[in-house]
Design a protein around this ligand. Structure first.
Ligand code: AGP
Length: 607
């Protein structure tokens, strides 16, 4: 949940590049920041709590000399966000500086052992055990590389680490287990980072480290080896096609807004996926007795919506499950006949990968949908699809949600066709509508953006929102609620509308805004009843409904008009879009930064 950037350059100072690299990783964590470089054979560290540019200006990051260095932007897991807990962390002799992303599970026992051995700890972090462990290993008179591997073998838990030392001043030592780390090579030198966009200004030739691997970087190249036994690993470079421009804001004030507007394009990309991969996943799905759709957060909401598609179209018993609950809830019953389709934008979410590990151990077939080439999910899944949304920097997932759903819809339709459970005409019709999804979204953005912005101003001071929908629209309601909640901090509720009378309705009083998701379809008649219930208690109704749906519009105080002809089952992909915009404008109207919501990180790689 932190960002790492390091470089070994042939010429010039590493620190300004590290500073810029960390800026591009700010979405992974932003409570503290620090850099270590090697200057005239000695380790120099500057670090503090605060935003990257503030700390960089105050401590003069860009003036730090040395052509080899590592940096870190932190999202606190152990120890409060303060200078002493910021990375890099050093050993007693001040000769080894370590940056780390992840959680060392056995740090307390290691710390106790090291303190008993005379080591002096200054922070409350788990990371600090690493420089001291290396220091301890070095006492055996071995070279730095061996000491590094020896220390890693003592660690349990997740880590991506990068280390510089005066004992070997020309090199960076790095390693990964469960937390991502990518290497890059350019004419200028060699880089390591938590994510590809951070190094795109310098190179697009990259290599991903895998779990259990370490690497030694110098300005001229890198060597990869297995942590377990130090044996060499042959790892070639891959050329990534993301341009730097793709990863930047392109004139939008925030990444979130840019990503909302990218949806017509990302959805078109999701329709261009290679058919053989979709066919392969469909073949696996067809073998299953039951389907678990496993994910966290927004990705879970995509799974929830998709569960209606798989059940209704393919007649496959489908369970959408929050990944952190999967082992507790289904761990004992999942087995060889189960298909576990895992959805994760990052492909690195700890809870989701833990569910995957369990499912694999129980001999279930694990499939994946992710946006991240080379992520852990792509390596552990039996088969997977890359959703091709391009990098998503905003912490609040937007374009990756709609693309996940479009991929899932394609799979559900393929499976329905394979199984022959739904009439040919219905499938043909839905497939024709699938192709229209990007233009439905385009028309919504063109037609409703200004109106939604005005609605956000009107409702900016509300202290509670209710989001309600029936059937597949309950997933739209939950996802829209999550968007509002995570970037505006306004406590909000979301429920399947039929459930509201079993409790949530008690919070409704005069003027409370209730947002109803009302596509045309099987659930429309029931949603009218739910609207009436809320109106009778004084709620203000904001309906997201089809253009010209006078029955709903007449009942509403405000409404957002959606294009005609959207099938209910596909409606979450389109109906969520104006509500993403509503959340965005509510946040900016309140003066909040939607790209960096408090306490949240883009990729949650810790338990
Ligand atoms: C949504 O806006 C959040 N960023 C969060 O809920 C996210 O969807 C969740 O952490 C899952 O991430 P993943 O898709 O990378 O696994």
């Amino acid at each position: 949940m932190c960002g790492i950037f390091g470089c070994a350059l042939k010429d010039g100072s590493a620190a300004p590049l590290i500073h810029m690299g960390l800026k591009r990783l700010e979405y992974r964590g932003y409570d503290s920041v620090g850099i270590a470089t090697i200057q005239e054979g000695a380790v120099r560290v500057r670090k503090d709590s605060g935003k990257i540019d503030d700390v960089a200006g105050r401590l003069g990051f860009d003036e730090m000399p040395g052509s080899v260095g590592v940096g870190h932007t932190r999202w606190a897991t152990h120890g409060a966000p303060m200078m002493v807990n910021a990375h890099p962390h050093i050993d007693c002799g001040g000769r080894i500086a370590v940056v780390h992303n992840g959680v060392i599970e056995n740090y307390l026992e290691l710390k106790e052992e090291l303190i008993n051995g005379g080591h002096n700890f200054v922070s409350r972090t788990d990371t600090e055990v690493i420089p001291h462990l290396i220091e301890e290993e070095l006492k055996g008179g071995i070279d730095f590389g061996k000491a590094f591997l020896g220390a890693l073998r003592r660690l349990r838990g997740s880590y991506a680490v990068a280390v510089v030392s005066s004992a070997d001043p020309e090199r960076i030592y790095c390693a990964r287990n469960e937390s991502p780390l990518v290497l890059g090579v350019s004419d200028q030198g060699v880089f390591c980072a938590s994510d590809v966009p951070a190094m795109l200004p310098y190179t697009n030739r990259v290599a991903w480290l895998r779990n259990g691997e370490a690497a030694v970087l110098s300005a001229d190249g890198f060597e990869v080896m297995r942590i377990e036994d130090g044996s060499p690993v042959d790892r070639g470079l891959t050329e990534v096609t993301w341009s730097l421009e793709m990863a930047e804001k392109r004139g939008y004030p925030h990444f979130m807004l840019k990503e909302i507007y990218e949806q017509p394009r990302s959805l078109r990309n999701a329709l261009r996926l290679q058919h053989q991969y979709l066919d392969l996943l469909t073949a696996f799905l067809d073998r299953g007795r039951e389907l678990f759709l496993v994910a966290a957060g927004t990705s879970y909401h995509a799974c929830l919506a998709a569960s209606y598609m798989f059940s209704k179209l393919a007649k496959l018993t489908t369970y959408p499950v929050v990944s952190s609950e999967f082992v507790e809830r289904y761990g004992a019953s999942v087995g060889i006949d189960s298909i576990v389709l895992t959805v994760s934008q990052s492909g690195e979410t700890y809870d989701t990968l833990r569910a995957v590990d369990h499912a694999r151990m129980r001999a279930a077939t694990v499939l994946g949908i992710t946006n991240t080439v080379g992520s852990t999910l792509t390596r552990v899944a039996r088969a997977y699809v890359i959703q091709q949304s391009g990098p998503e920097i905003g912490v609040a997932a937007t374009k990756t949600f709609t693309s996940q759903l479009l991929v899932l819809a394609q799979l559900a339709l393929r499976l329905a066709r394979t199984r022959g459970k739904v009439s040919q005409d219905e499938i043909d019709d839905l497939e024709a509508k699938l192709v229209e999804v990007p233009s439905f979204v385009e028309r919504t953005l063109e037609g409703q953006a200004e109106h939604v912005e005005a609605l956000a101003r009107k409702y900016a001071d509300e202290r509670l929102f209710l989001f309600l929908g029936r059937g597949v629209s309950s997933a739209t309601a939950l996802e829209s609620r999550l968007k509002v909640l995570e970037i505006t901090y306004v406590p909000s509720l979301a429920y399947p509308a039929g459930e509201s009378k079993h409790g949530p309705i008690s919070v409704v009083e005069e003027g409370v805004p209730c947002i109803f998701i009302c596509p045309r379809g099987e659930t429309r008649r029931d949603i009218v009843g739910s609207i009436m219930e809320m109106k009778a208690r004084g709620a203000r109704i904001i309906a997201v409904c089809e253009e010209g749906d006078e029955g709903i519009i007449d009942l509403s105080d405000d409404h957002i008009e959606m294009p005609r002809g959207v099938p209910e089952l596909l409606s979450p992909i389109i109906y969520v879009v104006p509500l993403q915009l509503l959340a965005y404008h509510l946040a900016t109207t309140k003066g909040l930064d939607p790209d960096k919501p408090r306490n949240l990180a883009k990729s949650v790689t810790v338990p």
